[in-house]
Design a protein around this ligand. Structure first.
Ligand code: C6P
Length: 420
Protein backbone atom coordinates (compact mmCIF):
# COMPACT_ATOMS: atom_id res chain seq x y z
CA UNK A 1 0.00 0.00 0.00
CA UNK A 2 1.45 3.40 -0.87
CA UNK A 3 0.65 6.35 1.37
CA UNK A 4 1.59 9.99 1.06
CA UNK A 5 4.33 10.93 3.52
CA UNK A 6 3.42 13.58 6.10
CA UNK A 7 4.76 16.98 5.09
CA UNK A 8 7.18 18.57 7.57
CA UNK A 9 6.62 22.17 8.71
CA UNK A 10 8.13 24.84 6.47
CA UNK A 11 10.94 26.21 8.60
CA UNK A 12 14.31 27.72 7.82
CA UNK A 13 17.28 27.95 10.12
CA UNK A 14 17.17 31.12 12.23
CA UNK A 15 14.18 32.88 13.73
CA UNK A 16 10.69 31.49 13.35
CA UNK A 17 8.73 32.46 10.26
CA UNK A 18 5.46 32.64 12.15
CA UNK A 19 3.33 33.43 9.09
CA UNK A 20 4.56 30.28 7.34
CA UNK A 21 3.93 28.25 10.45
CA UNK A 22 0.44 29.68 10.86
CA UNK A 23 -0.41 28.46 7.38
CA UNK A 24 -0.19 24.92 8.80
CA UNK A 25 -3.03 25.59 11.27
CA UNK A 26 -6.43 25.65 9.53
CA UNK A 27 -8.30 26.83 12.62
CA UNK A 28 -6.24 30.02 12.82
CA UNK A 29 -7.73 31.17 9.51
CA UNK A 30 -11.17 31.16 11.09
CA UNK A 31 -13.14 34.26 11.65
CA UNK A 32 -14.39 34.41 15.22
CA UNK A 33 -18.15 34.00 15.87
CA UNK A 34 -18.26 37.72 16.73
CA UNK A 35 -16.97 38.59 13.25
CA UNK A 36 -13.41 39.35 14.40
CA UNK A 37 -10.21 37.56 13.44
CA UNK A 38 -9.52 34.92 16.06
CA UNK A 39 -6.62 35.60 18.43
CA UNK A 40 -6.27 32.25 20.15
CA UNK A 41 -4.47 32.88 23.44
CA UNK A 42 -5.73 29.86 25.39
CA UNK A 43 -2.96 27.44 24.51
CA UNK A 44 -2.24 26.38 28.09
CA UNK A 45 -5.73 24.86 28.20
CA UNK A 46 -5.33 23.14 24.82
CA UNK A 47 -3.31 24.08 21.75
CA UNK A 48 -4.33 23.86 18.10
CA UNK A 49 -3.47 21.12 15.64
CA UNK A 50 -1.47 21.58 12.43
CA UNK A 51 -2.62 20.08 9.12
CA UNK A 52 0.28 17.59 9.35
CA UNK A 53 -1.21 16.02 12.49
CA UNK A 54 -4.74 16.14 11.07
CA UNK A 55 -3.43 14.42 7.90
CA UNK A 56 -1.73 11.73 10.00
CA UNK A 57 -5.00 11.02 11.80
CA UNK A 58 -6.91 10.85 8.52
CA UNK A 59 -4.28 8.53 7.02
CA UNK A 60 -4.53 6.23 10.02
CA UNK A 61 -8.33 6.15 9.96
CA UNK A 62 -8.43 5.78 6.18
CA UNK A 63 -5.68 3.21 5.62
CA UNK A 64 -4.31 1.76 8.83
CA UNK A 65 -6.95 1.20 11.50
CA UNK A 66 -7.10 -2.13 13.33
CA UNK A 67 -6.53 -3.16 16.92
CA UNK A 68 -2.88 -3.37 17.98
CA UNK A 69 -0.73 -6.16 19.48
CA UNK A 70 -3.51 -8.64 18.76
CA UNK A 71 -3.70 -9.89 15.21
CA UNK A 72 -1.41 -11.58 12.72
CA UNK A 73 -3.24 -9.88 9.88
CA UNK A 74 -1.48 -7.14 7.94
CA UNK A 75 -3.64 -4.23 9.03
CA UNK A 76 -3.11 -5.05 12.69
CA UNK A 77 0.65 -5.20 12.08
CA UNK A 78 0.54 -1.78 10.34
CA UNK A 79 -1.46 -0.25 13.19
CA UNK A 80 0.93 -1.77 15.74
CA UNK A 81 3.94 -0.39 13.88
CA UNK A 82 2.40 3.07 13.76
CA UNK A 83 1.53 2.97 17.48
CA UNK A 84 4.98 1.73 18.50
CA UNK A 85 6.53 4.27 16.13
CA UNK A 86 4.73 6.99 18.07
CA UNK A 87 6.25 5.61 21.26
CA UNK A 88 9.71 6.06 19.68
CA UNK A 89 8.76 9.66 18.80
CA UNK A 90 7.98 10.30 22.49
CA UNK A 91 11.22 8.60 23.51
CA UNK A 92 13.22 10.82 21.12
CA UNK A 93 11.32 13.91 22.20
CA UNK A 94 12.10 13.38 25.90
CA UNK A 95 15.49 11.79 25.24
CA UNK A 96 14.53 8.73 27.29
CA UNK A 97 17.14 6.01 27.34
CA UNK A 98 14.78 3.20 26.41
CA UNK A 99 11.55 2.85 24.49
CA UNK A 100 10.03 0.73 27.26
CA UNK A 101 10.30 3.70 29.63
CA UNK A 102 7.46 5.43 27.74
CA UNK A 103 3.92 4.57 28.80
CA UNK A 104 1.06 5.97 26.79
CA UNK A 105 -1.60 7.67 28.89
CA UNK A 106 -4.70 9.69 28.13
CA UNK A 107 -2.93 12.76 29.50
CA UNK A 108 -0.95 14.22 32.36
CA UNK A 109 -3.74 13.52 34.86
CA UNK A 110 -3.66 9.82 34.07
CA UNK A 111 0.15 9.80 34.27
CA UNK A 112 0.10 11.19 37.82
CA UNK A 113 -2.67 8.80 38.86
CA UNK A 114 -0.73 5.88 37.39
CA UNK A 115 2.30 6.72 39.53
CA UNK A 116 0.14 7.28 42.60
CA UNK A 117 -1.50 3.86 42.20
CA UNK A 118 1.46 1.95 40.80
CA UNK A 119 4.23 3.36 42.99
CA UNK A 120 2.53 5.26 45.83
CA UNK A 121 0.08 2.59 46.93
CA UNK A 122 2.87 0.01 46.98
CA UNK A 123 5.71 1.95 48.56
CA UNK A 124 4.14 4.70 50.71
CA UNK A 125 2.64 3.90 54.11
CA UNK A 126 1.34 5.34 57.38
CA UNK A 127 3.43 8.23 58.71
CA UNK A 128 5.33 8.67 55.41
CA UNK A 129 5.55 12.09 53.77
CA UNK A 130 4.99 13.33 50.23
CA UNK A 131 6.22 16.74 49.07
CA UNK A 132 4.37 18.85 46.51
CA UNK A 133 4.51 22.60 45.80
CA UNK A 134 2.05 25.45 46.18
CA UNK A 135 2.15 25.83 42.38
CA UNK A 136 0.57 22.48 41.54
CA UNK A 137 -2.40 21.93 39.29
CA UNK A 138 -5.18 19.94 41.02
CA UNK A 139 -4.12 16.84 39.10
CA UNK A 140 -0.82 16.84 40.99
CA UNK A 141 -2.50 17.55 44.36
CA UNK A 142 -5.67 15.49 44.58
CA UNK A 143 -4.20 12.03 43.74
CA UNK A 144 -1.58 12.52 46.50
CA UNK A 145 -4.23 13.66 48.95
CA UNK A 146 -6.24 10.55 48.13
CA UNK A 147 -3.16 8.42 48.80
CA UNK A 148 -2.46 10.22 52.10
CA UNK A 149 -6.04 9.66 53.17
CA UNK A 150 -5.90 5.96 52.30
CA UNK A 151 -2.50 5.29 53.86
CA UNK A 152 -2.34 7.78 56.73
CA UNK A 153 0.57 9.57 55.03
CA UNK A 154 1.23 13.32 55.20
CA UNK A 155 1.30 15.92 52.41
CA UNK A 156 3.87 18.70 52.74
CA UNK A 157 3.73 21.80 50.55
CA UNK A 158 6.64 23.97 49.35
CA UNK A 159 5.64 27.64 49.75
CA UNK A 160 5.95 30.34 47.09
CA UNK A 161 6.78 34.05 47.38
CA UNK A 162 4.83 37.04 46.07
CA UNK A 163 6.34 36.65 42.60
CA UNK A 164 5.16 33.06 42.42
CA UNK A 165 8.67 31.59 42.80
CA UNK A 166 9.29 28.51 44.91
CA UNK A 167 11.17 28.99 48.18
CA UNK A 168 13.90 26.46 47.57
CA UNK A 169 15.44 26.75 51.06
CA UNK A 170 12.06 25.94 52.59
CA UNK A 171 11.75 23.01 50.17
CA UNK A 172 15.01 21.57 51.37
CA UNK A 173 13.92 21.88 55.01
CA UNK A 174 10.77 19.81 54.36
CA UNK A 175 12.75 16.58 53.87
CA UNK A 176 12.91 14.14 56.77
CA UNK A 177 13.68 10.43 56.92
CA UNK A 178 9.92 9.86 56.47
CA UNK A 179 9.86 11.63 53.07
CA UNK A 180 9.11 8.99 50.44
CA UNK A 181 8.11 10.94 47.33
CA UNK A 182 8.11 14.37 45.67
CA UNK A 183 5.66 15.45 42.95
CA UNK A 184 6.68 18.79 41.45
CA UNK A 185 5.58 20.94 38.58
CA UNK A 186 8.05 22.06 35.93
CA UNK A 187 5.96 25.08 34.83
CA UNK A 188 2.95 26.52 36.66
CA UNK A 189 -0.18 26.69 34.50
CA UNK A 190 -1.70 29.55 36.52
CA UNK A 191 1.37 31.81 36.78
CA UNK A 192 3.84 30.58 34.18
CA UNK A 193 6.62 30.18 36.78
CA UNK A 194 9.40 27.88 35.56
CA UNK A 195 10.67 25.99 38.60
CA UNK A 196 14.39 25.17 39.05
CA UNK A 197 13.47 21.57 38.44
CA UNK A 198 16.96 20.14 38.02
CA UNK A 199 17.99 21.57 41.40
CA UNK A 200 14.78 20.36 43.05
CA UNK A 201 15.38 16.85 41.72
CA UNK A 202 19.01 16.87 42.93
CA UNK A 203 17.91 17.93 46.42
CA UNK A 204 15.25 15.18 46.55
CA UNK A 205 17.76 12.59 45.34
CA UNK A 206 20.27 13.65 47.98
CA UNK A 207 17.61 12.49 50.46
CA UNK A 208 16.98 9.29 48.48
CA UNK A 209 13.53 10.50 47.38
CA UNK A 210 12.17 9.80 43.86
CA UNK A 211 10.57 12.65 41.91
CA UNK A 212 7.62 12.86 39.54
CA UNK A 213 7.62 15.96 37.34
CA UNK A 214 4.36 17.39 36.04
CA UNK A 215 5.49 18.56 32.62
CA UNK A 216 2.08 19.46 31.15
CA UNK A 217 3.00 23.13 30.73
CA UNK A 218 6.70 22.59 30.11
CA UNK A 219 6.93 20.28 27.10
CA UNK A 220 5.30 22.73 24.67
CA UNK A 221 7.81 25.47 25.59
CA UNK A 222 11.07 24.01 26.92
CA UNK A 223 13.32 21.28 25.50
CA UNK A 224 13.03 18.45 28.05
CA UNK A 225 15.75 15.84 28.47
CA UNK A 226 14.69 13.34 31.11
CA UNK A 227 18.17 11.82 31.32
CA UNK A 228 19.78 15.22 31.95
CA UNK A 229 17.07 16.07 34.52
CA UNK A 230 17.49 12.63 36.08
CA UNK A 231 13.79 12.72 37.07
CA UNK A 232 12.19 9.42 38.00
CA UNK A 233 8.87 10.13 36.30
CA UNK A 234 7.78 12.81 33.83
CA UNK A 235 4.12 13.23 32.79
CA UNK A 236 2.56 15.34 30.02
CA UNK A 237 -0.53 15.68 27.81
CA UNK A 238 -0.60 15.56 24.00
CA UNK A 239 -3.34 18.13 23.49
CA UNK A 240 -1.21 20.94 24.92
CA UNK A 241 1.49 20.30 22.30
CA UNK A 242 -0.51 20.20 19.06
CA UNK A 243 -1.64 16.59 19.53
CA UNK A 244 -5.11 15.09 20.01
CA UNK A 245 -7.04 15.06 23.27
CA UNK A 246 -6.90 11.62 24.89
CA UNK A 247 -3.18 11.33 24.18
CA UNK A 248 -0.24 11.70 26.53
CA UNK A 249 2.72 9.91 27.98
CA UNK A 250 4.45 9.08 31.20
CA UNK A 251 8.19 8.57 31.30
CA UNK A 252 9.46 6.39 34.12
CA UNK A 253 12.90 4.96 34.84
CA UNK A 254 12.79 1.31 33.84
CA UNK A 255 13.99 0.05 37.23
CA UNK A 256 11.12 1.83 38.99
CA UNK A 257 8.47 0.82 36.46
CA UNK A 258 9.55 -2.80 36.86
CA UNK A 259 8.96 -2.62 40.62
CA UNK A 260 5.55 -0.97 40.36
CA UNK A 261 2.15 -2.62 40.41
CA UNK A 262 -0.16 -2.15 37.41
CA UNK A 263 -2.68 0.69 37.52
CA UNK A 264 -5.43 -1.04 35.54
CA UNK A 265 -6.09 -4.70 34.85
CA UNK A 266 -7.33 -6.14 31.55
CA UNK A 267 -6.25 -7.22 28.09
CA UNK A 268 -2.73 -6.64 26.76
CA UNK A 269 -1.17 -6.07 30.20
CA UNK A 270 -0.80 -9.80 30.93
CA UNK A 271 1.49 -12.64 29.92
CA UNK A 272 -0.80 -15.37 31.22
CA UNK A 273 -4.08 -15.62 33.11
CA UNK A 274 -5.60 -18.50 35.06
CA UNK A 275 -8.29 -18.20 37.71
CA UNK A 276 -5.55 -18.78 40.27
CA UNK A 277 -2.96 -16.29 39.06
CA UNK A 278 -2.12 -13.65 36.49
CA UNK A 279 1.42 -12.91 35.32
CA UNK A 280 1.86 -9.36 34.10
CA UNK A 281 3.32 -8.28 30.79
CA UNK A 282 6.68 -6.54 30.55
CA UNK A 283 6.91 -2.75 30.69
CA UNK A 284 5.49 -0.60 29.18
CA UNK A 285 2.59 -2.94 28.30
CA UNK A 286 2.01 -3.82 31.97
CA UNK A 287 0.57 -0.30 32.29
CA UNK A 288 -1.48 -0.21 29.08
CA UNK A 289 -4.54 -2.37 29.78
CA UNK A 290 -7.29 -2.60 27.17
CA UNK A 291 -7.51 -1.05 23.73
CA UNK A 292 -5.86 2.37 23.96
CA UNK A 293 -6.84 5.47 21.93
CA UNK A 294 -4.59 4.23 19.09
CA UNK A 295 -5.27 7.09 16.69
CA UNK A 296 -4.67 9.69 19.41
CA UNK A 297 -1.24 8.25 20.23
CA UNK A 298 -0.25 8.13 16.56
CA UNK A 299 -1.36 11.77 16.34
CA UNK A 300 0.76 12.55 19.40
CA UNK A 301 3.82 11.05 17.69
CA UNK A 302 3.15 13.21 14.60
CA UNK A 303 2.69 16.31 16.79
CA UNK A 304 6.01 15.77 18.60
CA UNK A 305 7.79 15.21 15.28
CA UNK A 306 6.22 18.43 13.98
CA UNK A 307 7.27 20.48 17.01
CA UNK A 308 10.76 18.94 16.98
CA UNK A 309 11.21 19.88 13.32
CA UNK A 310 10.55 23.52 14.23
CA UNK A 311 12.85 23.25 17.26
CA UNK A 312 12.09 24.01 20.88
CA UNK A 313 14.93 26.53 21.24
CA UNK A 314 13.42 28.68 18.50
CA UNK A 315 9.93 28.16 19.88
CA UNK A 316 11.11 29.25 23.35
CA UNK A 317 12.82 32.36 21.95
CA UNK A 318 9.71 33.48 20.05
CA UNK A 319 7.35 32.80 22.95
CA UNK A 320 9.67 34.59 25.34
CA UNK A 321 9.61 37.67 23.11
CA UNK A 322 5.80 37.50 22.96
CA UNK A 323 5.54 37.21 26.74
CA UNK A 324 7.92 40.12 27.34
CA UNK A 325 6.05 42.30 24.86
CA UNK A 326 2.65 41.37 26.36
CA UNK A 327 3.90 42.02 29.90
CA UNK A 328 5.26 45.45 28.90
CA UNK A 329 2.13 46.47 27.01
CA UNK A 330 -0.33 45.28 29.66
CA UNK A 331 1.73 46.95 32.41
CA UNK A 332 1.75 50.19 30.41
CA UNK A 333 -2.07 50.24 30.45
CA UNK A 334 -2.07 50.87 34.21
CA UNK A 335 -4.72 49.41 36.51
CA UNK A 336 -3.97 45.82 35.53
CA UNK A 337 -2.48 43.54 38.19
CA UNK A 338 -0.24 40.84 36.78
CA UNK A 339 -0.44 37.73 38.94
CA UNK A 340 2.82 35.82 38.73
CA UNK A 341 5.98 37.83 38.13
CA UNK A 342 8.61 35.12 38.51
CA UNK A 343 11.98 35.91 36.93
CA UNK A 344 11.70 32.78 34.81
CA UNK A 345 8.35 32.35 33.15
CA UNK A 346 7.00 30.45 30.17
CA UNK A 347 4.16 31.59 27.91
CA UNK A 348 1.58 32.58 30.55
CA UNK A 349 0.25 36.03 31.48
CA UNK A 350 -2.32 35.90 34.29
CA UNK A 351 -3.97 39.19 35.17
CA UNK A 352 -6.74 41.02 36.98
CA UNK A 353 -8.23 44.19 35.41
CA UNK A 354 -9.11 46.75 38.12
CA UNK A 355 -11.81 45.07 40.16
CA UNK A 356 -13.66 43.60 37.19
CA UNK A 357 -14.41 39.92 37.65
CA UNK A 358 -12.19 37.82 35.32
CA UNK A 359 -15.28 36.10 33.84
CA UNK A 360 -16.55 39.51 32.66
CA UNK A 361 -13.08 40.28 31.30
CA UNK A 362 -13.03 36.95 29.44
CA UNK A 363 -16.50 37.50 27.96
CA UNK A 364 -15.65 41.00 26.75
CA UNK A 365 -12.31 39.86 25.32
CA UNK A 366 -14.15 37.09 23.49
CA UNK A 367 -16.42 39.67 21.87
CA UNK A 368 -13.24 41.19 20.44
CA UNK A 369 -12.14 37.81 19.08
CA UNK A 370 -9.54 37.27 21.81
CA UNK A 371 -9.77 33.81 23.43
CA UNK A 372 -8.30 33.63 26.94
CA UNK A 373 -9.11 31.36 29.85
CA UNK A 374 -10.70 32.76 32.98
CA UNK A 375 -11.20 30.98 36.29
CA UNK A 376 -9.03 29.31 38.89
CA UNK A 377 -7.23 27.23 36.22
CA UNK A 378 -7.58 24.10 38.37
CA UNK A 379 -5.00 25.63 40.70
CA UNK A 380 -7.16 26.96 43.54
CA UNK A 381 -4.31 27.04 46.09
CA UNK A 382 -2.44 29.46 43.78
CA UNK A 383 -5.50 31.72 43.65
CA UNK A 384 -5.78 31.53 47.46
CA UNK A 385 -2.10 32.50 47.81
CA UNK A 386 -2.68 35.67 45.74
CA UNK A 387 -6.06 36.47 47.35
CA UNK A 388 -8.06 36.32 44.09
CA UNK A 389 -10.94 34.00 43.17
CA UNK A 390 -9.78 33.72 39.58
CA UNK A 391 -7.65 35.40 36.91
CA UNK A 392 -7.86 36.03 33.20
CA UNK A 393 -5.00 34.15 31.57
CA UNK A 394 -3.46 34.67 28.16
CA UNK A 395 -1.22 31.78 27.17
CA UNK A 396 0.97 31.74 24.10
CA UNK A 397 2.08 29.20 21.53
CA UNK A 398 4.74 29.44 18.83
CA UNK A 399 2.09 30.35 16.22
CA UNK A 400 0.96 33.46 18.09
CA UNK A 401 1.92 36.90 16.79
CA UNK A 402 2.72 40.32 18.17
CA UNK A 403 -0.44 41.58 16.42
CA UNK A 404 -2.45 39.14 18.55
CA UNK A 405 -0.84 40.62 21.66
CA UNK A 406 -1.90 44.06 20.37
CA UNK A 407 -5.45 42.72 19.97
CA UNK A 408 -5.34 41.50 23.58
CA UNK A 409 -4.11 44.87 24.87
CA UNK A 410 -6.71 46.80 22.84
CA UNK A 411 -9.46 44.52 24.18
CA UNK A 412 -8.31 45.03 27.79
CA UNK A 413 -8.35 48.79 27.17
CA UNK A 414 -11.99 48.47 26.04
CA UNK A 415 -12.83 46.60 29.26
CA UNK A 416 -11.21 49.38 31.28
CA UNK A 417 -13.22 52.05 29.43
CA UNK A 418 -16.45 50.15 29.88
CA UNK A 419 -15.95 49.78 33.63
CA UNK A 420 -14.42 53.23 34.19
N1 C6P B 1 -4.19 22.48 32.63
C1 C6P B 1 -5.12 24.61 31.96
O1 C6P B 1 -5.97 25.31 31.38
P1 C6P B 1 -4.85 17.06 31.48
O2 C6P B 1 -6.19 17.64 31.84
O3 C6P B 1 -4.63 15.69 32.05
O4 C6P B 1 -4.55 17.15 30.01
O5 C6P B 1 -3.75 18.03 32.15
C2 C6P B 1 -3.80 18.29 33.51
C3 C6P B 1 -2.77 19.31 33.90
C4 C6P B 1 -1.74 18.90 34.71
N2 C6P B 1 -0.76 19.76 35.06
C5 C6P B 1 -0.74 21.02 34.63
C6 C6P B 1 0.40 21.91 35.04
C7 C6P B 1 -1.76 21.48 33.80
O6 C6P B 1 -1.72 22.74 33.37
C8 C6P B 1 -2.82 20.62 33.44
C9 C6P B 1 -3.96 21.10 32.60
C10 C6P B 1 -5.18 23.11 31.78
O7 C6P B 1 -4.23 25.11 32.64
C11 C6P B 1 -6.57 22.58 31.99
S1 C6P B 1 -7.11 22.71 33.65
Amino acid sequence: MSVTPIRQPAVDAGALDVERIRADFPILRNVHPHGKTLAFLDNAASSQMPQQVIDRLVRYQTHEHANIHRGVHTLSAIATDAYEGARRSVQRFLNAKEEREIIFTTGCTEGVNLVMHGYGRKFIGAGDEIIITHLEHHSNIVPWQMLCEEKGAKLKVVPIDDRGELLVDDYEKLFTERTKFAALTHVSNALGTVTPIRRLIDIAHSHGVPVLVDGAQAVPHIAVDVQALDCDFYAFSGHKICGPTGSGALYGKAALLEKMQPFKGGGDMILSVTFEKTTYNTIPHKFEAGTPPIAAMIGLGAALDYVSAIGLERIAAHEHALLEYATEQVTALGGVRIIGTAREKAAVLSFYVGDVHPHDVGTLLDEEGVAVRTGHHCAQPVMQRFGVPATARASFAFYNTFAEVDALVAAIRKVQKLFA
